[in-house]
Design a protein around this ligand. Structure first.
Ligand code: F6P
Length: 497
């Protein structure tokens, strides 16, 4: 019974990190995993072998193995929406029919890239991608992380409906050499559709005679794109069974594949596939996504941690924290189980983070001395991204490692204000190198970790009804004629009279 398993987890003895290291000289090896060019180290968390065993029992009670097979098998795992969840099929791991369909759609996407390179749409130098949430965060992360040396196309990913975001892109781009990419699974998201219209208008105003001829649509609803005016040959569909926040592997990754080149995109898929196989085939006590989820759950459920922070000690991964915020919070920020029963326990932690070393001089004060318990995750690459003197990368990495050591060790001082309690947990993900393959594996790791968290909590990680009410009310406000509460009505009146 899951409750009995949770009770066993709650009853785990609480030992300090330094005691855990002192008691077991093999601790590091037991709580580290190497896979797909990534080294994971959870030894500075409070995970113990007893804890892992207790979580394995919970995983068994929650049917994790069967649910994982159902995920890869293309069965309906998004039960509230009656859908399969098939982002792994995009990487070649999953139901053979779905893998075949994904390959055919990738071939279409590649054909479009070849056509653009061959100037079938005229000379294109700039790519203006409009999309929001999962239709923006993934491609943005990819282009930012891997595109430093790419000079094929200049890409701007615009999500916000605030016109400032579009105007900033307009200022950089030549309208006659710009490709408009409209990314929307539903092709109804109001911010994206308004942004797309404004890009067309900008093109028209700047002498582009056939702006619709420079539009590519990425969507799971090709009919809507067709209705909107996109030519059928320039619609790159993806399957309805790909969730928005899991969609960068599908045609939603188009701007990245275009800017970085197809080989790079394929390497990304291959890296993710390697992590898929690891997740699917490895025993839970050596399984990177499972161990990470066990630590997450230990801190949220036993130690009442309300947040978890990821710090990328790599400037190229500065968009990783916002990407993870959508992945984890939209997936597991829910108060009911997949069966609609009250969750009865904290949902997943609030995800936040930043970039090291900047964050050390801004938010680390709270991490070292605040009253909140915040499990910290460091992500770094052994190979540097820069070509400056070695001092830069050396300092970068050693800062990350030293922060983990300081959080754990603490330091006593007679003066309480200068004292560090220590025993604060951290984990580290060390990439051999940051490239398409390792980034694919890293993102797939986070996806599967999110899945394990969801299954163990009993949550359906693949719906997002929580965003609907706000959308409905914003729509009603934009349409006008509706009253809300006194405060909201007053704000509307102040802004629009
Ligand atoms: O509002 C939430 C959401 O539905 C996300 O799940 C999704 O990634 C985003 O909006 C964008 O949706 P679409 O791709 O349909 O425009």
């Amino acid at each position: 019974m899951p409750n009995a398993d949770w009770n066993a987890i709650q009853a785990l003895p609480a030992k300090t990190l330094t005691d855990l290291f002192a008691e077991d000289s093999a601790r590091l090896g037991k709580f580290s995993v190497d896979v797909a060019g990534l080294h994971f180290d959870w030894s500075k968390t409070h995970l113990t072998q007893d804890a892992v065993t207790a979580f394995e029992a919970l995983a068994k009670a929650q049917g994790l193995a069967a649910k994982r097979e159902a995920l890869f098998g293309g069965e309906i795992v998004n039960v509230t929406e009656g859908r399969a969840v098939e982002h792994t099929a995009e990487r070649g791991e999953g139901n053979p029919d779905s893998v075949g369909k994904a390959r055919a759609l990738h071939a279409r996407m590649r054909g479009m890239i070849d056509a653009i390179e061959g100037e079938a749409l005229g000379p294109i130098r700039h790519v203006l991608h409009v999309g929001i949430g999962g239709s923006a965060l993934g491609p943005d992360l990819l282009v930012d992380a891997l595109g430093r040396d790419a000079d094929r196309y200049d890409v701007a990913i615009v999500a916000n409906v605030d016109g400032v975001a579009l105007e900033d892109a307009f200022a950089r781009f030549d309208p006659t050499a710009t490709l408009l990419v409209i990314a929307s699974k539903t092709f109804t998201t109001t911010e994206t559709m308004l942004n797309a219209q404004s890009v067309l208008q900008w093109m028209t105003e700047h002498g582009v005679s056939d702006p619709y001829g420079k539009v590519v649509a990425l969507t799971a609803d090709p009919d809507k794109a067709l209705e909107w005016g996109v030519d059928e040959t320039r619609i790159l569909p993806f399957s309805e069974s790909i969730g928005g926040r899991y969609s960068l592997w599908s045609s939603i990754g188009f701007p990245a594949a275009l800017a970085l080149g197809w080989d790079c995109f394929e390497e990304l898929l291959e890296g993710a596939a390697e992590m898929d196989r690891h997740f699917r085939l490895t025993a839970l006590h050596e399984n990177a996504p499972a161990l990470a989820a066990f630590a997450d759950l230990y801190y949220t459920q036993v130690r009442h941690a309300e947040t978890r922070a990821t710090f990328a000690y790599d400037q190229r991964l500065k968009l990783l924290p916002p990407y993870l915020q959508q992945l984890e919070m939209e997936s597991n920020g829910k108060s009911v189980t997949a069966e609609g029963e009250p969750l009865g326990r904290p949902s997943a932690a609030i995800t936040w983070g930043g970039v090291g070393t900047e964050a050390q001089h801004a938010v680390f004060q709270l991490l070292h001395q605040g009253t909140h318990l915040v499990p910290v995750e460091f992500v770094a690459s052994i190979e540097p991204g820069d070509t400056l003197s070695e001092d830069h990368h050396r300092q970068l990495l050693l800062n990350a490692f030293a922060q983990g050591a300081a959080l754990m060790a603490g330091k006593h001082n007679e003066d309480a204000a200068r004292s560090y309690s220590g025993d604060r947990p951290s984990s580290t993900i060390l990439l051999d190198d940051l490239d398409a393959r390792s980034l694919g594996a890293l993102i797939a790791f986070y996806e599967h970790r999110t899945f394990v968290n969801g299954v163990l909590l009993g949550i359906n990680s693949f719906d997002q009804f929580g965003v609907e009410l706000g959308k409905e009310m914003a729509k009603a406000a934009v349409e006008g004629g509706q009253t809300f509460d006194a405060s909201t009505d007053d704000l509307i009146k102040r802004a629009f009279g």
